[in-house]
Design a protein around this ligand. Structure first.
Ligand code: 13P
Length: 303
């Protein structure tokens, strides 16, 4: 088992099970502790497992300092007790991490970086190390977001190095994968996603992968208003879970959260989260709207 994440001020008052590495389910009993929305589900590939839903809010390059703090305070109030039932992370722009961390106070909503460097320190101008994110109270980092793969040319190898660096700094990597429209139209969606997942996890132990969340975000669905159908999302997620079973084992495959991203909003969250291998969502635009994001979290907690 991995080392449990360091306790911090944001951990105070949390259920001790909440400090377990992600994907690791409490062994305190067969029944999930009160107030948790861990779901017993038989996945599309026949693996029965308990997973706690996960919702992330990726703010991308939006907002300004005062608005970021105000949004955080409103999210804490709007999300309320739902955060006791599922895992929720928000990913503000780097310059606002510390202020947003302060505004989160003692809530269990975790703070994350939208990216992290592949190194813990050194001469890497303009980059932010996972250790620095952790230093500001961050618990999570997105790696391999398609906007970085496509705007900045981040390769699978770079994404893998970032996932390793995040784990080395005790951050939970949320590894983003997804095909472009051209790749989907050519009938290659699943092969593309499989290659990205294989590359990102290259060299990671089962214990390390137990901390990873995989985010399936088809590029054509991001910010476009076009959403994958629940069936399309389910087939990609089931493929990823089967791949985890092949690379590691069925127990690990059953425990890793695989979340969907791409134009998720309150109006479509419930049907997406109802798919057996969709364990929550990575939300862009709708994460900037308190009511939308709170409702999405609510749907994840009752899915
Ligand atoms: P949208 O929800 O705005 O489509 O963005 C999804 C995304 O990229 C989350 O990382």
């Amino acid at each position: 088992m991995t080392t449990a994440p360091r306790a911090s001020t944001t951990d105070r008052g949390r259920d001790p099970d909440d400090l377990l590495p992600s994907g690791v389910v409490s062994t305190r009993g067969d029944v999930p502790p009160l107030g948790r929305a861990a779901r017993n589900r038989t996945s599309g590939i026949g693996i029965m497992a308990t997973r706690r839903p996960y919702v992330g809010g990726n703010w991308k390059m939006h907002g300004e300092l005062a608005a970021a703090v105000e949004l955080t305070e409103n999210l804490v109030a709007g999300i309320g007790d739902t955060v006791l039932k599922i895992d929720i992370s928000i990913f503000p722009p780097f310059p606002y991490l510390q202020a947003v961390g302060h505004a989160l106070g003692h809530t269990a909503i975790s703070l994350g970086g939208q990216d992290c460097a592949a190194h813990l320190e050194g001469a890497h101008t303009g980059q932010t190390s996972p250790a620095m994110i952790a230093d500001l109270g961050g618990k999570v980092a997105l790696v391999g977001h398609s906007e970085r793969r496509h705007e900045l040319g981040e390769s699978d190898a770079v994404v893998a190095a970032k996932a390793r660096a995040a784990l080395a700094a005790d951050l939970q990597p949320v590894v983003c994968v997804g095909e472009t429209l051209a790749q989907r139209e050519a009938g290659n969606a699943l092969q593309v996603v499989e290659k990205q997942v294989r590359a990102a996890l290259e060299g990671l132990s089962a214990t390390q992968v137990g901390r990873v969340v995989v985010a399936y975000e088809p590029v054509w669905a991001i910010g476009t208003g076009m959403t994958a159908t629940p069936d399309d999302a389910q087939s990609a997620h089931a493929m990823i879970r089967a791949l985890l079973g092949e690379l590691y084992d069925a127990q690990l495959a059953g425990s890793v959260r695989i979340i969907y991203g791409g134009s998720v909003k309150a109006a479509n969250a419930a049907e997406l989260f109802a798919a057996p291998d969709v364990d929550g969502g990575l939300i862009g635009g709708a994460s900037l709207k308190v009511e939308e994001f709170s409702s999405i979290c609510q749907f994840a907690s009752s899915s």
